[in-house]
Design a protein around this ligand. Structure first.
Ligand SMILES: *[C@@H]1O[C@H](CO)[C@@H](O)[C@H](O)[C@H]1NC(C)=O
Ligand SMILES: *[C@@H]1O[C@H](CO)[C@@H](O)[C@H](O)[C@H]1NC(C)=O
Ligand SMILES: *[C@@H]1O[C@H](CO)[C@@H](O)[C@H](O)[C@H]1NC(C)=O
Length: 186
């Protein structure tokens, strides 16, 4: 998705040296350089008041299942919404989409968030911000109402799931909401 990021950066007169995901040191002001880009913070039983958890992948710098983790020394990735999709900002030339895999066949919750190199899976819906909160709306009026689930899966990992309509957390899952607290409001 080089085109999208170039278009984004071309609009910024001063964006000559955007810090990379691996080089953010967790304290970067990249959110103010890329309009609308920010870390995404989980709220709910998954997050203790003393330990902030962010949306990320299991192995920094790789694609794969989305999860939430405490901030590491290399920082947590930044995300933004463009053309109804949610993107992870890798570096100044690359963004990766947060895809929705149809998990109906192997999980009680029908949608799993997976970082991919290209958009695939369920693409019918729309990511949006409602205040600080991240929502996913499906055509026809369904919405996850900003609810996500942190679930222990058979692979032994905690991964991130959601449902096109609000549901109670299945066994092995904790409910959470996802927020952008540093995004520039437009
Ligand atoms: C990603 O999640 C799915 C379902 O939760 C799991 O089957 C798969 O093994 C996970 N992938 C990796 C690389 O762990
Ligand atoms: C950006 O990240 C991509 C994917 O990891 C990599 O192939 C590319 O070389 C990186 N570009 C820069 C300028 O660091
Ligand atoms: C997921 O797959 C199931 C079974 O194939 C299907 O009924 C359902 O509509 C799919 N969900 C989405 C959001 O595409």
């Amino acid at each position: 998705m080089k085109v999208a990021v170039f278009a984004l950066l071309a609009a910024l007169p001063f964006a000559t040296a955007v810090p990379t995901w691996e080089g953010l040191n967790g304290r970067s002001s990249i959110g103010s350089l890329i309009p609308g880009a920010s870390q995404i913070t989980a709220k709910g039983p998954v997050a203790k008041p003393t330990e902030v958890k962010h949306l990320t992948v299991h192995e920094p710098g790789t694609i794969g299942n989305i999860t939430i983790k405490p901030e590491t020394r290399s920082g947590s990735p930044m995300f933004y919404i463009n053309q109804n999709a949610l993107w992870l900002l890798v570096n100044e030339t690359t963004v990766y989409p947060v895809n929705i895999h149809n998990s109906t066949g192997f999980h009680e919750l029908p949608m799993q968030l997976v970082l991919g190199k290209q958009r695939q899976g369920v693409t019918a819906g729309t990511w949006r911000w409602k205040g600080t909160q991240l929502y996913y709306d499906m055509p026809g009026g369904q919405s996850n109402m900003g609810l996500y689930f942190h679930c222990l899966t058979k692979s032994g990992q905690f991964n991130t799931f959601m449902s096109p309509v609000p549901v109670a957390p299945p066994n092995g899952c904790q409910m959470m909401t996802l927020h952008s607290f540093t995004r520039e409001y437009k």
